[in-house]
Design a protein around this ligand. Structure first.
Ligand code: ADP
Ligand code: ASP
Ligand code: MG
Length: 418
């Protein structure tokens, strides 16, 4: 069994869905599971629906209808007007509308997951129907009957043993060799829909690869493969043909957005190779992520995280910052689920750089302002360079206003004022 994953950009319109069919035709003889994200920017559009609904703004319905219309247009393009597929799509959006009109919960995260998941359900319905139409017989599976999670809506954690049992029981149909399912979504034991965190479809692909003991996972992106920097930020970025699991974990941990950070571990645990390939130049090799016997020599790998906020804590009683203070600070960050991208402890203050998530930052401040004086600096960039050398440091740092630097033999992190 092989696992294929196609992200939003690869299924954004009728032409793109046809391209996915062309790629899959080339792998016709392979038994496979195809994981598909929501089309294009659907998840962002649905987030707006959620935000309006939470604010009790009736415009949410109009926004939801616009998302439905987008799917209807793609369906019209693929199957002609008023096809049965269009009505299947409408039925999925009706479920969301019904949920919205009946819902009594005030929980943002719960509501978010119930609404947002329609993006993946609708995209996979279209893709599965088109593949059948194009002669690629397949079975559509509801990922909520495969991926069992806890109740941490919007950031649900996989319950591995139940998920393994569900996967064992659902992939038994031998009448075709292709299954289609959604990335990003799962469900609790009561069948409430959950999501795994933004961009979580890569992770779904890894979870299913793990549970199916897949021969390999192929993730199809709008780039040639994994490069030494985001080509949208660095025009000289180059392809890295081979990457060891360990290096991939490091890169994604520091924020290389090409693969969701949780993706690599399940693959590494079962030594399942991951190919990152281009759905545009689909005959090219891409990047192979695996365990390699030989040492790989990497070029400098650059990750730039924009819109960082530095939070600085100093003890109100003028004491040194000690372990007890840190325990308090870490406890609050963990409870609020705000990740520290970089941190440093000094005699009288502790600083942490985080992504600009205003609600979470406010929550941290509220919970700690009785104990610490807190100051906040925004509009910072965090540059992480692995395998750095003098040349790359000179070219990336010259002229920058540097706020904080940390360095190990392999990695340098520099926080700069924009
Ligand atoms: P998906 O379609 O699966 O959601 P994403 O858009 O999340 O794909 O990821 C692909 C994007 O990741 C690319 O368009 C590229 O801009 C970005 N990216 C960030 N870092 C890298 C990197 N090191 N190598 C390649 N692409 C990168
Ligand atoms: N559709 C979801 C998102 O945009 C999940 C994914 O694409 O991986 O975040
Ligand atoms: Mg994405």
């Amino acid at each position: 069994m092989q696992v294929f994953k196609f992200g939003g950009a690869s299924v954004k319109d009728a032409e793109s869905i046809k391209n996915v069919a062309t790629i899959l035709k080339r792998h016709e003889d392979v038994e496979k599971v195809v994981i598909v994200s929501a089309m294009g920017k659907t998840t962002n559009a649905l987030e707006e629906v959620v935000n309006l609904y939470i604010k009790k703004d009736k415009k949410y319905l109009q926004y939801l209808h616009e998302v439905r219309e987008y799917h209807q247009f793609v369906s019209d393009d693929l199957f002609g007007l008023k096809s049965p597929i269009q009505y299947k799509i409408f039925a999925l959006f009706d479920i969301v509308e019904n949920f919205c009109s009946r819902n009594n919960s005030e929980s943002y995260n719960f509501i978010y997951d119930q609404i947002i998941s329609v993006g993946e359900l609708a995209s996979t319905t279209l893709v599965a129907a088109y593949l059948n139409h194009a002669g690629i017989k397949n079975k559509w599976l509801d990922a909520r009957e495969l991926i069992r999670t806890d109740h941490a809506f919007t950031d649900a954690q996989i319950q591995w043993s139940t998920t393994q049992k569900l996967v064992n029981s659902k992939f038994k149909d031998k009448s075709h060799n292709t299954y289609i399912t959604q990335g990003f979504i799962g469900s609790t034991e009561e069948r409430f829909t959950t999501t795994l965190g933004r961009e979580g479809s890569d992770f779904t692909a890894a979870v299913l690869s793990y549970c199916l003991n897949a021969e390999k996972l192929l993730i199809w992106k709008d780039v040639e493969g994994v490069m030494n920097a985001d080509p949208k930020q660095f025009k000289d970025a180059i392809l890295i043909p081979k990457i060891a699991f360990k290096e991939a974990i490091e890169m994604t941990y520091y924020g290389a957005k090409v693969i969701h950070p949780k993706t690599i571990r399940p693959l590494q645990n079962k030594n399942i190779p991951l190919e990152v390939r281009s759905f545009i130049k689909s005959d090219k090799g891409g990047t192979l992520i695996h365990s390699f016997k030989e040492e790989i020599s990497y070029p400098p790998i650059i990750v730039r995280k924009e819109d960082q906020v530095l939070i600085s804590f100093s003890a109100d009683d003028f004491s040194f910052i000690a372990e007890k203070h840190m325990q308090e600070i870490f406890g609050v960050f963990a409870a609020v689920r705000l990740h520290m991208n970089m941190m440093q402890n000094g005699a009288i203050n502790f600083v942490a750089a985080v992504d600009n998530k205003p609600e979470k930052i406010q929550e941290v401040v509220k919970l700690l302002e009785n104990i610490f004086s807190i100051s906040i600096t925004s509009e910072l960039d965090l540059l992480t360079i692995r395998h750095y050398n003098d040349a790359v440091l000179n070219s990336e740092l010259s002229g920058k206003s540097i706020w904080l630097t940390q360095k190990t033999r392999e990695t340098i992190q520099v926080l700069c004022k924009v």
